[in-house]
Design a protein around this ligand. Structure first.
Ligand SMILES: Nc1ncnc2c1ncn2[C@@H]1O[C@H](COP(=O)(O)OP(=O)(O)O)[C@@H](O)[C@H]1O
Ligand SMILES: CC(=O)OP(=O)(O)O
Ligand SMILES: [Mg+2]
Length: 390
């Protein structure tokens, strides 16, 4: 396949989540025009699809002149949070960050390597790769929301902080809220990304002031296979009891826990929610309890609440689960509509009279990723990706 300038300039976006890899192809104009007309085409593949990235790229290149591949990279550690043009040097550093987000960074590295392999094949042109970081949205979290109660010497030595993740999803939800409430100022909002990974953010006037995920994407809510909040004393106790290595500990807390572990094997939230066995119900109650506890604490630190936006595979697909998560909260000013009714997104979950307006929406992570690229790069008339002068 050759690089042809006759076709339309476009970008391929790859979004490796912890349960699937989503890809979409966007016209170059989508870069500057956040929430444009949506992707030209899109698809999904599984993490174990050996050449998933090159198949997606070949399909994109059959129709468009792909100027760049944009890949969501969950954890850039203390090194990176701004969009980065991948080269052999920074790729080494990125590879060293795999243990910080064990379910995500390795998959992103594999995607980069698949594309580089394609590049080494003379019959296949592979465009420049830009990685964009899930942490960027939370760069300027208030210090109090970045801190852990650890010794200052350790914090300084390793530049430890709470990073926050799902930045593109939370950014897209804020954007959705602003579209639904045009011109509203001084607003307080809670956004919740509920997919395989789950996180919430407290938002004041469009900026995050706290979020549930911390140093790694395994703090806070109960997730598909991640435990979320845990007493650190329990971890060290179990390590001694079970003689766990760091790798064993990682595997249990990231891959065998969450609602999957608590329910004894329900992977998909839809199955868990439909199941009537006691363990599944207990897992769902824990999921709901953590969600509501966080919502209440964010209400407290925000000093009020104008709205809630729910997103991710769970919220997008299940009106009943959205209803359960927000039920019993009349005292916070959440007056729910009966579930059911309109299925399309954004879906209004509360009555028009409700003090707190709640919505389920599609978090357009790809659009938010493209707008991050647009802040640092542009595409010239030769369809080349160029860094903007700062
Ligand atoms: N109909 C449904 N009802 C409830 N949960 C669902 C439904 N469909 C999908 N899900 C949940 O959504 C998750 C996928 O969400 P998504 O945001 O795509 O995750 P990720 O990006 O982490 O891979 C699945 O793991 C599943 O638990
Ligand atoms: C950070 C994270 O958990 O992402 P995802 O939900 O896509 O797995
Ligand atoms: Mg996701």
């Amino acid at each position: 396949m050759t690089h042809s300038h006759s076709a339309e300039p476009a970008l391929l976006v790859l979004n490796p989540g912890s349960s699937s890899i989503k890809w979409s192809v966007h016209e170059q104009t989508e870069l500057a025009c956040y929430r444009g007309s949506g992707p030209l085409f899109s698809g999904q593949f599984k993490e174990d699809a050996e050449q998933g990235a090159t198949v997606a790229l070949a399909e994109a290149m059959a129709h468009c002149d792909v100027c760049s591949v944009v890949i969501r990279f969950v954890h850039g550690g203390a090194f990176y949070s701004e969009p980065l043009l991948v080269d052999n040097n920074n790729l080494k550093t990125l590879k060293g960050l795999v243990p910080l987000a064990p379910l995500h960074n390795k998959v992103a590295i594999d995607l980069i390597e698949q594309l580089q392999w394609a590049h080494s094949n003379p019959s296949f042109f592979s465009p420049p790769i830009v990685v964009v970081f899930d942490t960027e949205f939370f760069n300027d979290l208030p210090k109090v929301a970045q801190d852990y109660g650890l010794p200052a010497s350790l914090v300084e030595k390793y530049r430890l902080r709470r990073y926050g993740f799902h930045g593109f999803a939370h950014h897209a939800m804020v954007d959705q809220w602003q579209i639904l409430n045009p011109g509203k100022r001084d607003y307080t909002l809670v956004t919740a990304q509920l997919g395989s990974g789950c996180s919430m953010a407290a938002i004041k006037d469009g900026k995050p002031v706290d979020t549930t995920m911390g140093f790694t994407p395994n703090e806070g809510l109960l997730m598909r296979t991640r435990c979320g909040d845990l007493d650190p004393g329990l971890v060290t106790w179990l390590q001694r009891q079970e003689n766990w290595s760091p790798e064993d500990t990682d595997a249990v807390l990231n891959k065998q826990s969450g609602w999957f572990g608590v329910s004894g094997g329900h992977d998909n939230m839809a199955d868990l929610f439909a199941s009537e066995d006691a363990k599944s119900q207990r897992a769902f109650e824990l999921f709901r309890h953590r969600f509501q506890k966080t919502l209440g604490s964010y209400y407290a630190i925000l000093g009020g609440l104008d709205g809630v936006v729910l997103s991710g595979g769970i919220a997008e697909n299940s009106a009943e689960i959205c209803h359960k998560l927000l039920s019993g909260l009349d005292h916070l000013g959440i007056e729910l509509r009966p579930p059911g009714g309109r299925a399309e997104l954004p879906r209004q979950l509360t009555e028009d009279t409700s003090a707190v307006k709640c919505w389920a929406s599609f978090a357009d992570e790809a659009a938010a990723m493209l707008s991050a690229v647009d802040r640092r790069f542009y595409i010239n008339d030769n369809h080349e990706l160029i860094r903007r002068d700062r």
